[in-house]
Design a protein around this ligand. Structure first.
Ligand SMILES: O=C(O)C1=C[C@@H](OP(=O)(O)O)[C@@H](O)[C@H](O)C1
Ligand SMILES: C=C(OP(=O)(O)O)C(=O)O
Length: 449
């Protein structure tokens, strides 16, 4: 989980940057263990640093986002020891070091959670080495809430670079949850360590309820008291609490696994994916039900999902907000289904690593797939044949790279995806996992962007 160097190469064993040529595959066959959850890794690492003790985070993700969180927590004064796939964190409690400059890379959740917690410091600066991606994502709703609480906030029009200076006491604060749930999650991590806690009022049409529940779940695992209304519009967190835990275990990752399940559904063969808890708060767990509704042969036994590919798929119309990080990979299934699939209520996809509505539509069209968009929805019309033989842009977006890879596997001719190394943001072993199931990739020197 440390930054890669010649002595500590990337876990995938590949160069710093690469494009990928995806060869068509007839079938996928085999068994995989789902990688560790991105969302729980970021949460557990942060909560561990907010304790005053030592916490073992068992089976933490080895992604760039996990590395970004560790790097920032270290800069704030946490002790970080990586032991195999565990991270052992010695926390700084309510006292992250003042005066640090943190670089969360391209990780939205990491950036936002830390921007919230920075109100505990007398000054923390946030920068990013992804000015074209994270640097353009909106932070204003969180910054406004922090300013209303009394923090001094400097930013470039509500975007990075940003400086936050506390301290703040707490009390009632409104925060918009219309563009991202991460702003409210950020304040939820901060609240218990403030003298007065926070009485959070989430305004606007709340998006991404599932990650908010994952934050509540994490706080509970660290002994934090919180009360939330059923619709999550009001969350009350008493102040002067202490984060406490000795060991937490990261569950399997549903968003990344949704890509494998979708791949298995559009090709022949049979794929088993273990380490996927049935009772889990990750919204992308719904990918199983969506694929089943589309006609896929998918079933669960304990924590293992199995897909037997080759069944004809049919289009669906679904509200995608409950499984936002799986919408793109499920669009691969949609592209192979009969009829027009529509993902509704997905405006927030425009505010992620790329514009996941317009950019996705454009890449689908380059493959000859009919797609259309409204401000708030993405529609994909299935086709029995994808010709391939084209170069596609990964848009520096791991989930776009997953979608295009799946379509490349299903195409008649190989496709090239540029900037495929950005897969490491959340799923460094994605290509290796598919290779283990029988897929073939060529890794190419990255073309200059
Ligand atoms: O809280 C989190 O860890 C996340 C929340 C979601 O973002 P939004 O709340 O912006 O939809 C999700 O897309 C992201 O990958 C992770
Ligand atoms: C949008 C994502 O992540 P983040 O917001 O944390 O950058 C994602 O993982 O798809």
């Amino acid at each position: 989980m440390t930054a890669p160097s010649p002595l500590h190469p990337h876990p995938d064993g590949m160069p710093d940057t690469f494009d990928v040529r995806v060869h068509p595959a007839r079938e996928l066959r085999g068994a995989l263990r789902a990688q560790p959850s991105k969302n729980y890794t970021t949460r557990y690492l942060l909560a561990a640093a907010l304790t005053e003790g030592e916490v073992r985070v068992v089976g933490a993700a080895q992604s760039e986002d996990a590395a970004a969180m560790l790097r920032c927590l270290k800069a704030w004064g946490a002790d970080v020891v990586v032991q195999g796939s565990d991270a052992v964190i010695g926390g700084f409690g309510a006292h992250p070091r003042s005066g640090a400059t943190l670089n969360p890379g391209n990780a939205g959740a990491v950036a936002r959670f830390l921007i919230g917690v920075a109100a505990l410091t007398e000054g923390t600066t946030f920068v990013t080495d992804y000015p074209e991606s994270l640097g353009k994502r909106p932070q204003g709703d969180l910054l406004d809430a922090l300013a209303r609480l009394g923090a001094a906030v400097e930013s470039r029009d509500g975007q990075l670079p940003i400086k936050i200076s506390g301290p703040v006491c707490g009390g009632r604060v409104d925060v918009s949850a219309e563009r991202s749930s991460q702003y409210a999650s950020a304040l939820m991590f901060l609240a218990p360590l403030l003298p007065e806690g926070l009485d959070l009022h989430l305004s606007g049409a709340i998006k991404s309820h599932a990650p908010l529940r994952q934050t509540l779940d994490t706080l509970a695992a660290f002994g934090i008291q919180a009360e939330a209304s059923d619709d999550l519009s009001r969350i009350t967190l008493p102040g002067s609490q202490q984060y406490r835990a000795t060991q937490v275990t990261v569950p399997g990752d549903y968003p990344g696994s949704a890509a494998i399940l979708s791949a298995a559904a559009i090709l022949l063969g049979e794929v088993q994916l273990s380490n996927l808890l049935e009772h889990d708060l990750q919204g992308e767990r719904e990918a199983e039900a969506v694929l089943r509704q589309m006609g896929a042969d998918i079933w669960r036994s304990g924590d293992t999902l199995t897909v037997r590919g080759g069944r004809p798929l049919r289009a669906v119309t679904r509200d995608g907000d409950g499984f936002t990080d799986a919408v793109q990979v499920l669009s691969a299934a949609a592209a192979c289904a009969e009829g027009q699939t529509t993902w509704e209520n997905v405006y927030t996809l425009r505010l992620k690593e790329c514009d996941r509505i317009s950019d996705t539509r454009r890449e689908l069209e380059r493959l000859g797939i009919v797609a259309s968009e409204t401000e708030n929805s993405l529609s994909v019309t299935g086709t029995p044949r994808i010709e391939g033989g084209v170069t596609l842009s990964g848009h520096g977006d791991h989930r776009m790279i997953m979608l295009l890879t799946l379509l490349g596997l299903r195409a008649e001719q190989p496709v090239v995806i540029t900037g495929a190394h950005h897969i490491r943001k959340s799923y460094p072993l994605f290509f290796r996992h598919l290779e283990a199931l029988g897929a073939t990739f060529e890794y190419l020197a990255a073309a200059p962007q």
